[in-house]
Design a protein around this ligand. Sequence first.
Ligand code: PAF
Length: 278
Amino acid sequence: MKVIKTIAAMKRTRLKLPKLVGFVPTMGYLHEGHLELIRRAKAENPWTVASIFVNPRQFGPQEDYTSYPRNIPRDLAMLETVKTDIVFIPPTAEMYPPRYNTWVDIEKVTERLEGSIRPGHFRGVATVCTKLFNIVQPTKAYFGQKDAQQVIVIKRMVTDLNMNLEIIVAPTVREPDGLAMSSRNTYLKPDERQTAVVLYRALKLAQKLWSQGEQDVHRIRQAMTEMIKQEPLAEEITYISIADAKTLEELHKIEPPALVSLAVKIGRPRLIDNIILE
Ligand code: PAF
């Protein structure tokens, strides 16, 4: 496994690689969900590059940029186990040198859900992904369905800007009890960790009601809310959304494919999860 720590070295290396390269961008503190993306990339491409970069430009001023979990030696050991070919770890000062002034801004799909609570977040994600795609020049890039809105935003950007790569979306990887894997799960205290499974339980409830014939979004949302409110440690439901899976416009009556997504604050983190009804 080759570890590359400058943009220039990554560009030089890319010139020597064959055409087909799979790419898994990450912010590190890896978990099984990331490893699944690497395995998929390895299975589908002769070369796989993973990046580790905690992107300051996608965190709001009150968010956890400085305390975001970081452990490069641990990440490298995990990446070795799945035989990653190249790990790119760019320095922040190279990614955003003084006078850095260019942004990629996607309208509409960034205005809802996470975008409405985290102003500027998707601008930061789209900007860093564009930079990473330009440096690594992958033919396929892999993202997890766990960040459903991020996937929609990145796909929109790739289409709108005629970027030369395919976005592959892999299913959310879950703990045995159903909690979606996330680097931020490390913030949960043991009793909060137990509570956190309520997000998945609420999504499963929505799926069950729909499969039993319920189409009224208001009633499904109500049932999910009641289930979550029974959990004293689920402090705050930021949103429960049932929306068109492509445009993210809220639905009144379920028309598949519909994205059921929610964000709930449990202890320190605000956890997100989703399922698609199709
Ligand atoms: O999903 C993430 O980990 C990040 O948003 C990404 C895509 C690596 C961009 O910083």
